[in-house]
Design a protein around this ligand. Sequence first.
Ligand code: GLN
Length: 533
Amino acid sequence: MGETKYIFVTGGVASSLGKGIISSSIGKLLQARGYKVTIQKFDPYINIDPGTLNPYEHGECYVTVDGHEADLDLGHYERFLGIQTTKANNITTGRIYKSVIDKERRGDYLGKTIQVIPHITDEIKRNVKLLGNKYKFDFVITEIGGTVGDIESLPYLESIRQLKWELGKDALCVHLTYVPFLAAAKELKTKPTQHSVKELQSLGVQPDILVLRTEHDLSTNLRKKVALFCNVAENAVVQSIDASTIYEVPLLMQEQGLDETILQKMGLPLGERPTLGPWKDFLNRRTQATEEVTIALVGKYVELQDAYKSILESLSQAATYNDRKIKIEYVSSETLTKENAPELLGHVDGVVICPGFGSRGIEGKFVAAKYTRDHNIPTFGICLGMQCIAIEFARNVLGYADANSVEIDEKTKHNVIDIMEEQKAITNMGGTMRLGAFECVLKQGSKAFEAYGQEHIQERHRHRYEFNNDYRAEFEKAGMKCVGINPESDLVEIVEIPTLKWYIGVQFHPEYSSTVLNPHPLFVSFIKAAIGK
Ligand code: GLN
């Protein structure tokens, strides 16, 4: 296509308006026109990455194939576009400063005073352009975290100002704001949007397109008013109304010609409007499904849906491909006991035992694993969930009452889950787990093999502990089979009990690679088994 085009997505008025979904939707629409598109997220916090952040602070930590611990918005980008993101797709202020400071220490700046402008802004610009220059994308969409007006996002907005000046038509800014409805006055209010745009203008950035988040339909008059006050063309004021599913948003944007406005502004040919056939098929299937499949999610962050974002999306995609509506019941692993398990788990179609770290709520995960094993309820243990499945089996089938992971009990005699050799000497917590995609070979005839339909797979990881191979023969003999093995390290990646309907634990995170048009085979097979129950 020639020069890479850069689209910046900023947000105003409030956080949580769905910049990630708008960025993904724009990406989807441009990709559907045959363009090579990627999306990156800039997070203005000082952490190097969200890997060390608590889910209460930041929701789920997503992992890219190249082993980067990333913002959960990258999950949306991958699920919408079916692309694979990398370390270059998620930059934080911490990383920008670290890189600049490392260069300063090396002497790269030849005695200069290092300042926010130009050194920090140059580093930000370098990271924006890197994707375009190095990987030759047609479009690089850059989502700026936070809200316009925040002190910490200033260097990013200054970089956008400079880039818009340098790149002219090859760069544009989409600004997402909020139009509240005042119930008492029965009126939609545009003033917060006007203020937010003024704030952006005061930093030298004129937004080219405004996306107005709203719970009510916005009239033409209201849009005209916003256009007039904000120096934006009328057709460049678009509404983003609450949708029944986030996957509808690309269609709602297409109806309003958002992608066409972008192409027009960037001087690109309009061509035909893409039909988005498979995407619409997915949505139709989703709306047509009426029967429910009920899945219990056993984890310690029940009140925090973002903590299990990718698992929730994977389950709902898999339900759609099984023509079912997903019903999730959150079960706190901190309060789940032998006594209340029948009430909380007895009626569900399947149980997911969630990933996690540390001992809080761990006993409830053992309770879940035992209850579903005893009652033959389809069960999917993910990462720590897989480790819990193995520990419960060791305790109650192999007869090692004190079996544990050394993460939970350092001194356990029966360390069926042990620290990985390569992890023993590590003292720094940031970015030091076994991270990213690794190979796994599946045992023919296993349920896992049946689900994937192939022997060699690659899945993403994020852990420090592993199944202890000293116990492998004993597990196998007692009926829990090790059916997925990493060929290099011999690490057990998948365990299953083949005599049960569907009882599988995976050391990796299949939820990171399930997309709208390519649902993950293990989730699809799990939901299928749950329906069969
Ligand atoms: N805490 C476990 C480990 O580090 C599991 C990690 C996870 O569930 N992501 O091995």
